[in-house]
Ligand binder design. Sequence first.
Ligand code: F6P
Length: 343
Amino acid sequence: MKTQKVVTLSQFITEQQSLYPDASGDLTSILLDIVLAAKIVNRDVRKAGLVDILGAHGTTNIQGEEVKKLDVMANDEFMAALSLGGDCCAILSEENDDIVRVNNPNNSKPKYIVAMDPLDGSSNIDVNASIGTIFSIFRRRSMAWNEVTMEDCLQKGINQIAAGYIIYGSSTMLVYTTGQGVYGFTLDSSIGEFCLSHPDIKIPKDGNIFSLNEGNYCEFPQGVKDYVEYCKTKDKETNRPYSARYIGSLIADFHRNLLKGGIFIYPPTAKAPNGKLRLMYECNPMAFIMEQAGGRASTGTQRIMEVPPEQLHQRVPLFIGSENMVMLAEEMLAAGQSKTQTI
Ligand code: F6P
């Protein structure tokens, strides 16, 4: 019987570091801290139905959304792993209002900042659908011995050094990029290791899945309505109608489209002109991964990774997925805008 060589995530990260002889090892340590916390969160998510960790925590986050117990637990786990690891100087979390500065007695000059959404799609916890963790890593701008400033944190997505997500689905996977392609690792719970299962992921240039909350259709800009109608119109040549797939959990919708080809849209709406998703915790990391996989990510009018952040919890519309699909949606959005202006 032919045995296949298993490459664990820790081995892979360490090997990647050895390609950069001058690397301090801090990035590797941060990634390994995230891996450790992800395994703990995975354990908690897996037993969510068994013990009393489901349900509302009784507080709201700063977006006014109900916080579930698992959100709090996941936030605590990632915060603990990253602060105890001490290789980053600050953590920005969707669950925290402000910058969390990390004091590290061992590493006096950590230069990395980690932004994260510890448990995205948390409205899906109670119904046992896939949820996930998203992270983004970038370098501070100011000198390492000064206190981390808001300016250090509010950086464009193009400055990301690494980004990734963990999907707690029918299996648990960690997908990440450091700007050298996108790699996916599946957790083998029998050995407690993430093993390389999806090397160098590439999204097809065209896809046949569209994912958006069509329940908000009447609130969409004309161009998005036109694009939705296009996706649903029969056309043999372009293989339409496309399939509509929407879980309402960004990572789950993104992951499926990344592997199969498709587009995910959270558009601006009449009620929420900036959409719903957060630039720093959701859109930038997903955009980095998508671009590294050969796809495209925009607000509909601008490349996501070039949006200058003005606030930590800023929201932006998101059009992300197969390059040709996103480009067409952008064109239709622009055409819809000029149509509306002419009327
Ligand atoms: O931002 C949280 C989130 O749950 C995402 O994971 C998901 O894509 C989106 O909200 C779903 O929003 P809606 O319920 O408005 O479709």
